[in-house]
Design a protein around this ligand. Structure first.
Ligand code: ZN
Length: 353
């Protein structure tokens, strides 16, 4: 397809792994036997309980209450519906929750191979993120190298809340691989549940867990900036997926203000975090945490001081909005094309290949 003909790139679509049975053909003999003997029936992540209202919009659910189970369903419900010509699949299955590094590696491979065979090979409009077993950085880099040969993989996918802040140097080989292969680092809402999702301890309710994700995103942004990841890897981009967006300008203002006072601590950061964030971070637009009033939305977007940062996403099948409008109310018409097409193409170099 000619790039100028593209109407929309959906940067966050979730394929659902129907069951552990689905992955068995993609595991080697040892791990297949392990799954059967231990009766491991699911790796559904507890960040998205399958039947929780947020996990799928009611009109997308099939008879068993689940949505996004195969490529044709997603093709109709997410791409045809909103006239998207490309969608990036972010598979959220609990690979990152596993404690055994080798098991995590096996499941990451299985998920990525399943995505290729059952999704990418079935609909030419689909692209995908590489699910990496972050429990072991060598395994994660191996998986990136293995998958990056296929240009339909356009991003590396990690969860917002893992074991260690993402800026720490132990992860840098992953960012070197990302730069090498033109893959942005996609950070999606969700937790490996090594720690409580709030710094205060475990909350009681799911709604608290989900709302707390934006705090995790704030800390990851600060870590990636302050550790100097973008000084070492100047071509790297980080995409905050399903993070909400309105927290960012206020938090980055705070980070930039205090950097002025204590910058001697991190001398490699030789320009304001505000500038670094504008150059290196992108955000998907669902959930858009603004009221519908166009003036308020326009003002909220102005606070970004950039027209380059927002990327269209439906977050299919998650229930972030009702109705059939592709753009949330209030986003200035002059930005639509940038958000739908130009910014995604600039963020994901592999989409142009
Ligand atoms: Zn999402």
């Amino acid at each position: 397809m000619n790039l100028s003909d593209i109407r929309a790139v959906d940067c966050d679509v979730h394929p659902t792994v129907p069951s552990m049975q689905t992955l068995l053909p993609y595991l080697n003999d040892h791990w297949r036997e392990t799954v059967i003997e231990r009766e491991i029936t699911t790796l559904d992540t507890i960040s998205y309980p399958p039947l929780a209202p947020l996990t799928a919009r009611a009109d997308f659910r099939g008879e068993n209450g689940r949505a996004g189970l195969d490529a044709s369903e997603v093709g109709q419900q997410a791409l045809d519906k909103w006239q998207a010509d490309i969608a990036i699949l972010n598979c959220l299955y609990g690979v990152q929750l596993v404690f055994n590094e080798d098991m995590a590696q096996a499941f990451a491979r299985a998920v990525n191979d399943w995505v290729v065979k059952e999704w990418l090979d079935r609909d030419p409009r689909l692209r995908a993120s590489i699910v990496v077993p972050l429990q072991n950085v060598e395994h994660a880099v191996d998986e990136i190298e293995r998958c990056a040969v296929d240009k339909r993989f356009v991003q590396i996918l990690v969860l917002c809340m893992g074991e260690t802040p993402l800026g720490r140097r132990q992860f840098w080989p992953i960012y070197a691989a990302a730069e090498r292969h033109n893959l942005p680092l996609g950070i999606h809402a969700g937790s490996a549940y090594r720690y409580p999702v709030t710094s205060l301890g475990w909350p009681t309710y799911y709604v608290e867990d989900y709302a707390a994700q934006s705090l995790g995103f704030q800390s990851q942004l600060a870590s990636l900036v302050c550790e100097g990841v973008f000084v070492k890897f100047p071509k790297l981009k980080a995409v905050l997926i399903e993070s909400g967006v309105t927290w960012l300008p206020g938090f980055v203002w705070r980070l930039s203000k205090f950097w002025r006072g204590v910058r001697a601590e991190i001398p490699w950061i030789d320009r304001s975090p505000n500038e670094i964030v504008r150059d290196h971070f992108r955000l998907t637009i669902q959930p858009l945490d603004t009221p519908d009033d166009p003036d308020i939305v326009a003002r909220a977007i102005e606070h970004f001081q950039s027209d380059d940062m927002l990327l269209y996403s439906s977050d299919y099948p998650h229930w972030q909005f009702d109705g059939d409008e592709i753009m949330p109310p209030g986003i200035p018409a002059g930005l639509h094309r940038r958000i739908l097409v130009d910014n995604p193409l600039a963020t994901y170099p592999r989409l142009g290949l």
